[in-house]
Every structure is written in C-alpha cells, then in structure tokens.
Design a protein around this ligand. Structure first.
Ligand code: ARG
Length: 261
C-alpha cells in the first residue's frame, strides 16, 4: 500500500514536470514566432562587411551592413529586429520551416533560389573575384584551370567555379578558405568582391584579381518565405526608402572602412 502511494506520488511529480515543460515551451514559441513586434532575421555572420560577430554589435553581438539594414527595416515598421545566426546552407530551409521570418545574408538573387523563396528589391550589387597571393600568375578566370581552387560551400562562387568545370575544394567559412591560401595550400579563393577586399586588407601578401568577362554582376536581396507578401511589402518599402535617401550607401561606406576581424 505504502509502495503504491509512493509510485503514485512520483508519477504525479513527473506529470507536473512534463506539464510545466510544455507550458514553458509554448510560452517561448509565442514570443519567438513571426507574430507580433519583431522580425526574426536569419543570417550567417561569416561574411564581413555584411555580417560578422563582434563584441558590441548593432544587434547583440552582430554587426555589418546587413545588420544595420535589418535594424532599420524593423524600426521603420515600429518593430524590433532579432538575429538568428546559422550556416549559410541552412538559411533557406530555416525560412521555409518558419524558424526565421527573413534572411539577410548578402544573399545573391539566383533563379534557383527564387524558386524556393521570394526576394526583396535588391540593395547591393557585387561580383565574384579571385583572391590570390601577391606573386600569383593568375590574371583571369581561365588561369585557374590548372590551379588549386577553394570556394565557400553554398555560395554563388561555388556555382561559378562549377559552371566553369574546374575542380575545387569547398570550405564552410571564408576565414578557413583564406587560411588555406595564406598557408600556401591552395592558389586561389573565389568569393564576393566586398568580402574579398576585407580579407585582402586584413591579411598580408594577398591581392584581388577581377575578371568581369567570367563573373557576372550579382544582386543581394532579402529573402522571405514564398507568399509572405505582408512582410515583403514592409521590407521593400523600407529598402526603397534607404536606397533613395542614401542610408544604404552610408552603411556600406561605414562598414567597409570599419576595422573588422
Ligand atoms: N553572395 C553569395 C551568395 O549568395 C555569398 C553570400 C554569403 N553570405 C553569408 N552571410 N555568409 O551565395
């Protein structure tokens, strides 16, 4: 009899604990969802000057051109911006499953991506470039043919090199790719222009080689879940205003000059 009471009371405690967890979990979901007063932006903060981690950022520990833009978009709409930092490859999935409301990640508009998400008005024009050692004999994209090429996994730079039918190795982070180059383990890194400039500024002995014939210009835009017109309209209105009044150029100038790790 005593034993039964003990078992029953243990079960009661477990039931209460489970109930509490469920309640707590629900509360969190209510606050963190797309509803209400915040826009949850997904990014991959491995892409200076657009997004990087720093001690005292514009939103929490995050800073960069995109982070400043995200904050401004939210403010224009009387909302707050939060940042969810994840791998670049996971961003579109996070958008699709509702983990984030929007993706701001120096993301190039491509046909393939536009099938999966809706893109805002573009806010920045870029191109792929080659980063090489200062004494490299690479002067155009064709010169990469017999070289050891490194790209970043899932970036448009990877697609470009794939389309050229060159062999390459893909790394998860730009900094890892640059270390390969600095350490002489590869000959060239293909990556977006502004980020390349940052890496060349921060690492001695590197230079940028451009080839406009091989690399087309790319446009960065914010992505939302397919069909989320309400949010897209808010984002577009804010972006268009920021392009017109020069805010985006200001942010670009500020973060390109900023000393970023
Ligand atoms: N523009 C390139 C792309 O769309 C690279 C973007 C990388 N962005 C980042 N936050 N890591 O694929």
């Amino acid at each position: 009899m005593k034993k039964l009471t003990k078992i029953l009371s243990i079960m009661l405690v477990i039931a209460m604990a489970v109930g509490c967890f469920a309640a707590c979990g629900k509360k969190e979901a209510d606050n963190g969802g797309s509803e209400g007063n915040s826009i949850k932006f997904g990014t991959n903060a491995e892409f200076p000057p657009f997004e990087y981690v720093t001690q005292d950022g514009t939103i929490g520990e995050f800073d960069g051109i995109d982070i400043a833009i995200a904050k401004q978009i939210a403010e224009e709409n009387g909302m707050e911006a939060t940042i969810d930092n994840m791998e670049f490859d996971s961003l579109i999935i996070a958008l699709q499953n509702g983990q984030v409301d929007a993706v701001i990640a120096g993301m190039t508009v491509t046909e393939e991506r536009a099938e999966a998400v809706d893109f805002s008005t573009p806010y920045y024009t870029a191109t792929q470039v080659m980063i090489v050692k200062e004494d490299s004999d690479i002067t155009c994209a064709e010169d990469m043919a017999d070289k050891k090429i490194v790209v970043i996994q899932g970036y448009t730079g990877e697609t470009c090199v794939q389309d050229m039918n060159y062999e390459y190795e893909a790394f998860k982070k730009g900094t890892e790719a640059i270390m390969e180059l600095v350490n002489g383990k590869c000959d060239v890194v293909v990556i977006d222009s502004a980020t390349a400039q940052k890496y060349v500024d921060d690492n001695e002995g590197l230079k940028i080689v451009e080839d406009p014939n091989a690399f087309e210009s790319e446009e960065y835009a914010i992505a939302v879940k397919k069909g989320n017109e309400e949010l897209l309209e808010k984002i577009n209105a804010a972006i268009e205003k920021m392009i017109e009044d020069g805010t985006i150029s200001e942010f670009a100038a500020k973060y390109v000059d900023a000393d970023v790790e």
